[in-house]
Design a protein around this ligand. Structure first.
Ligand SMILES: [Zn+2]
Length: 98
């Protein structure tokens, strides 16, 4: 059975030109460490996804899968996106910040 983690928090960092924010780390709940979130960079999340692990965010009470993509503002890759994103609204960027 594939692991599917809920992303609950995010750490944002300014883009190189300081015009907007980028996802730096995502935080997901671990089944091993109760109550503690594990913060990992995008590269690590993509590595886990390559090994069939999944991540999702809750949007209006429904899980939406996190996928590899580009920053909607500057196009930088790799980045994390969801199908529930809008052109100026990345669901992951809107999570509580750690
Ligand atoms: Zn960007």
């Amino acid at each position: 059975m594939a692991l599917d983690y809920e992303i609950k928090s995010v750490r944002l960092t300014p883009s190189d030109d300081d015009s907007h924010l980028h996802i730096e780390l995502i935080g997901y709940a671990s089944s091993h460490v109760e109550g503690e979130e594990i913060m990992i960079p995008i590269a690590r999340a993509l590595q886990k996804m390559a090994f069939s692990e999944k991540f999702h965010v809750m949007v209006n009470g429904e899980p939406v899968e996190v996928k590899a993509g580009k920053c909607a503002t500057c196009g930088i890759e790799p980045y994390l996106v969801t199908d529930a994103d809008k052109p100026d609204f990345n669901q992951i960027e809107e999570l509580p910040q750690k």
